[in-house]
Design a protein around this ligand. Structure first.
Ligand code: NDP
Ligand code: 2IT
Length: 457
């Protein structure tokens, strides 16, 4: 029967993905989740099976050596990557991650997710991702600068404002983007404002881009809660991570009257039963962004706060056992497993929205969906960062800049739109409330239409 044909064809594509790169487990995980959603689409559009075959294979994979000299005068060698996964609807777009765990599997999963995320924003951006296995922790400013310069000395020939536009991700913030932009400008001998996003204000950055992922996440979660007649007012929220996404998610939860009670880093997590207020969040922002310290220092500074050391990475060792109404995992992939999901459900969690990319394991997602907890996948709920990168590119092209209020209003509207698009798409296929299905299908359909129009390229 027709249904079996679609399932068989999709299974065969997944098997081939695994056979081609048997060790790329994170990539398999991301592909599987998308392919599982596409079955009714393939039934409707059997011609799209050849699109699915192509969409799982990156258009281009760049892998390079990054040599640099540390403060002691020793030569260090890291691995650099850029995955240009899909350019059907716009220039490749996606962040750069500097973390010792970076490899081809992790970057391919992130670039693959980025294709559908960028499509959902409604802006003309293809999917890409890159980075290096460089560990910025404990490095001096000079070392970070020399690393970024060496990284860009290779990357510059592959990117450009109409070709591929990197930005930040784990380990890459305003400082690193600045160093990389400076080197690109020197090598290219052009001020290409739109070649990177997440730039500083003084040289073409957008207001609200630093805040965008965290703010957008909370705007999305606000819409999810509204479908149940609920809001953030007085709601207890567990946040993991304490980097860019986590900090501004925490800030927006405070704006909306919620009570954030946890944050973490790779050393452990803090529990603040009375809530992380403005003063405590300011301390965390200064600790992380300026002093580049560990979250354990927070517990030494404030009373009524507990710190629990981390277990083996990337688990957070009990954070998800705290009794909360909303969970916002904002650290890294696979940081919340099936057992932890059960603890959240037992505590009557209402909603969970992914701020990080793929922080919930497939087992965790299954637990949430089976128990009726509202679950938003990162490709929908964390799309505010890249959406605002898209708005930064628009401003660079216009050679103008918009006010905070203008950018924030556009971000809010984009998040509402992504929410409604995912919600309505799921409803259309009788999967009401399934944001995973809705986001995958809505994101895919636009890519498929463009790829179909372009012929076999
Ligand atoms: P940051 O580097 O600013 O912060 C990362 C945070 O997560 C830190 O607290 C870090 O702790 C923690 N973390 C990272 N890796 C691990 C690990 N293996 N185990 C435990 N904790 C870990 O990154 P961002 O906030 O930018 O990114 C966080 C997540 O959000 C990532 O999944 C990223 O892909 C995603 N994302 C980011 C966007 C952006 O615009 N920046 C946009 C959309 C998604 P420590 O400092 O100790 O390493
Ligand atoms: O995962 C992501 O969406 C990002 N790290 C942001 C990418 C971007 O180009 O702004």
């Amino acid at each position: 029967c027709k249904n079996m044909d679609a399932i068989d064809a999709i299974d065969a594509i997944y098997d081939k993905v695994v056979a081609r790169d048997p060790n790329q487990t994170e990539f398999h995980q991301a592909v599987k989740e998308v392919l599982e959603s596409l079955e009714p689409v393939i039934e409707e559009h059997p011609e799209y099976i050849s699109i699915v075959e192509r969409v799982v294979e990156p258009e281009r994979l760049i892998h390079f050596r990054v040599p640099w000299v540390d403060d002691a005068g020793a030569v260090q060698v890291n691995r650099g990557f850029r995955i240009q996964f899909n350019g059907a609807i716009g220039p490749y777009k996606g962040g750069l991650r500097f973390h010792p765990s970076v490899n081809a599997s992790i970057l391919k999963f992130l670039a693959f997710e980025q294709i559908f995320k960028n499509s959902l924003t409604g802006l003309p951006m293809g999917g890409g991702k890159g980075g290096a296995d460089f560990n910025p922790k404990g490095k001096s400013d000079g070392e970070v600068m020399r690393f970024c310069q060496s990284f860009m000395m290779e990357l510059w020939r592959h990117i450009g404002q109409d070709c591929d536009v990197p930005a930040g991700d784990i380990g890459v913030g305003g400082r690193e983007i600045g160093y990389m932009f400076g080197m690109y400008k020197r090598l290219q001998n052009e001020f290409q404002g739109g070649v990177l996003t997440g730039k500083g204000r003084s040289y073409g950055g957008s207001l609200i881009r630093p805040e965008a992922t965290g703010y957008g996440l909370v705007y999305f979660a606000r819409e999810m809660l509204a479908t149940k007649g609920k809001s953030f007012e007085g709601t207890k929220v567990a946040i993991s991570g304490s980097g860019n996404v986590a900090q501004f998610a925490c800030e927006k939860v405070l704006h909306l009257g919620g009570i954030p009670v946890t944050m973490s880093d790779s050393s452990g997590w803090i529990h603040v039963p009375a809530g992380i207020d403005r003063e405590k969040l300011d301390y965390i922002m200064d600790l992380k962004n300026n002093r580049r310290g560990r979250i354990s220092e927070f517990a030494e500074k404030f009373d009524g706060v507990t710190f629990t050391a981390a277990g083996p990475e990337p688990t957070v060792n009990g954070l998800w056992g705290v009794n909360v109404d909303v969970a916002l995992p904002c650290a890294t992939q696979n940081e919340l497993n099936g057992e932890e999901a059960k603890m959240l459900v037992a505590n009557e969690l209402i909603a969970i929205a992914e701020g990080a990319n793929m922080p919930c394991t497939p087992e965790a997602v299954e637990v949430f969906q089976e128990s009726g907890v509202l679950f938003a996948p990162g490709k929908a709920s964390n799309a505010g960062g890249v959406a605002t990168s898209g708005l930064e590119m628009s401003q660079n092209s216009l050679r103008m800049s918009w006010t905070r209020e203008e950018v924030d209003a556009k971000l809010d509207a984009i998040m509402v739109n992504i929410h409604n698009n995912a919600y309505e798409t799921a409803k259309k296929y009788n999967r009401e409330g399934d944001y995973v299905f809705g986001a995958n299908v809505a994101g895919f359909l636009k890519i498929a239409e463009a790829m179909q129009a372009h012929g076999v390229v």
